[in-house]
Design a protein around this ligand. Sequence first.
Ligand SMILES: Cc1cc2nc3c(=O)[nH]c(=O)nc-3n(C[C@H](O)[C@H](O)[C@H](O)COP(=O)(O)O)c2cc1C
Length: 415
Amino acid sequence: MPETNLLAQPLRLPNGSVLRNRLAKSSMSETLATYDNHATEKLIGLYGRWAASGAGLLLTGNVMIDRRALGEPGNVVIEDEADLPILRQWARAATGQGAALWVQLNHPGKQSPKGLNASNLAPSAVPFREDMAAFFETPREATSAEIHDIIRRFGESAAICKKAGFSGVEIHGAHGYLISQFLSPHHNLRTDEWGGSPENRRRFVMEVYHEIRRRVGADFPVGIKLNSADFQRGGFTEEESMATIVALVEAGIDLIEISGGTYEAPAMSGGFHKPQKASTAAREAYFLEFAEKVRAAVKVPLMVTGGFRTADGMNAALRSGALDIVGLARLMAIDPDAPAALLQGRDSPYSVRAITTGIKAVDRMGVMEILWYSRQLARIAKGGNPRPGESGLMAFLKSLLKSQWGTYRTKRMRA
Ligand SMILES: Cc1cc2nc3c(=O)[nH]c(=O)nc-3n(C[C@H](O)[C@H](O)[C@H](O)COP(=O)(O)O)c2cc1C
């Protein structure tokens, strides 16, 4: 057991709000909304259980800002006030138990399965890697009017989240979705003010941030999840990530969560984690070295997500001073009570393992693991317990059927 459990210490954010400790449940797409994208009681059950675990901060799975642009069937969409009553209950499920609950706002851009949306836009019409083209179609280039509309929508969704009683919002700027597509020289080939130089590629995320801030005011926490890098040839680099972070901090962002990767290069779940030095080999988290550089460059609360597993590993990372908040995703899906143990300096009895189907082409894609974990979230949401031993192949096949049914239902409900 660590001498002083730094995980249990409260954290005051620059705007004055206080997190009860340093443990956060990172975003995991729940896909528990209806197929016409309204929040459900299941989310209330899930977040009630996570809040009861004692975690200080819970981030929702990605919530979409436009029902024409879904990342998966069953995403929650927040684009008007029609669902305020259920959104209020969702927020209360966590805040009523002392946890902060922030909504992660997202637009998938091109990273949406074929056939789910009527059409997918992106900064430029860049096709997917060849082996992924069966699942994801080449997007069309967004018009200037569409870009302005998306920026406005981020602000509108954030304002509704505030009204519903959520404790903050997080912009999803990572993992290859629309904001990360704009930042990437590989995906963004535009020659107008939204592309070309790093400043131009950064303009979209800056405008999204400013619009959200304009709508929610100075006191409401606004954070961002950003890639340290895309791990993709010709993609977003650490240098550009650092410059983006500096610009966002100067603009007043309250929290930076560091991650990395895209569907095409899923570094977020450790696929590209190759510690170089012996000192880093002992570390669990994938993006700690980059966090240390960020810490040296800016003063802003930092959260790092990806790879954390043990109370000792988390405490060592906090003690190093490189970060303020430890983000946990997969462990919270197989052990929703993990924070209760970690906050007492004990490890969860469950370990995150690689989930594989045995089908190479499938196992190479990050989405496969996500399907397995979503099934665990659904079990918790219904008041049950996860099944950490569930077979990867069976879960994949069942999820595939569910996803195809979901795509069909989503299209029917849209028609
Ligand atoms: C089922 C599942 C869904 C996820 N959905 C999201 C999401 O909606 N937004 C996001 O930023 N990250 C998402 N992630 C990535 C996690 O937040 C996290 O970055 C990643 O799992 C690494 O952290 P871990 O090692 O603690 O699991 C998801 C991960 C899983 C397993």
